[in-house]
Design a protein around this ligand. Sequence first.
Ligand code: HSE
Length: 341
Amino acid sequence: MRPAAVVLLGFGRVGRAFTRVLLDTRSRLRERYGLQLKLRAILTSRGGLLAEDILSQPRLGEASREDVPALSGWRPGLGLDDVLDKVERGVLVECLSSDLGTGEPALGFIRRALARGWHVAAASKGPLAAAGKNLMESARRAGVFFRFSGATGAALPAADVGIRSLAGSQVIGLEGILNGTTNFILTRMQEGIPFEQALAEAQRRGIAESDPGRDVEGLDTAVKLLILSNVVLEADFKLSDVKVEGITRLSPAQVAQAAREGKKIKLLGRLETKEGVQALSVAPAVLEPGHPLFQVDGVEKGITFFTDTMGPVTLIGGRSDPRGAAAALLKDIIGMYGRLT
Ligand code: HSE
């Protein structure tokens, strides 16, 4: 049995879902992957829990952020550096919400963990948008893993496929429905539901960003496209390189017109190569029924990679929700430690 220490940074929707997924999968991890994940710390902005076996605390599964100080092992003001000093080296699971321009506050924490020989599984997109290439190089230098499935489609295994399954081929382009909130809104609009009502439903499902403008203005799609393009091309595009248009200027009449013609409007993130020049864009597109992403409705997502040697490869599914994002973090950790074959 391989024990591995886990430190969880952030106890919002994804952080809480991650603890529940850890609780639910404990025996599977042991039996199938020979892995015993020991949750040693949970850090919030006010302090943290530090204990030998946080998963054994009976009220953990139902705890909200406000309940954490009442759990056993709470230390006000406890910070990441204290924990990295006290806990045996393992994996930092980063679930903060971060600025897309600076990557902070998560970026500084991730840098410190990598420099001290910790693996990192990241869920927030800011650090990857701001300094993805630099973080990957830092992890390589330190001989540790830096994985970020939770930030690039989460339950849709886009990063895994792009990095590992297509290894050896050249990705010439990609096209994806990468944001569950906008896809859900467009699906509901097609059913005649007004934009605002559909957005409120997406917020109730816990999938919209805390600032839903990031979803509907296309920014969340742009960042995921950016991160994926940078990893599959080993490039260093910046967010300012992506031409972004969201769905806020679409009228109900345009959505209804597409539906009458048997078509659908989807928000697509695209990487295209034209005459050797790569271009990144996000914009609504009218899809015909034969398009590989035509059937991707509701909170589902999808992506097609266009490659030179493997042709087009399409993935569909991986709906947006906090549990799916948490499961993507767990998948990344299993990839670091577990027996996969
Ligand atoms: N707001 C995102 C979405 C979830 O709707 O897909 C996190 O990436």
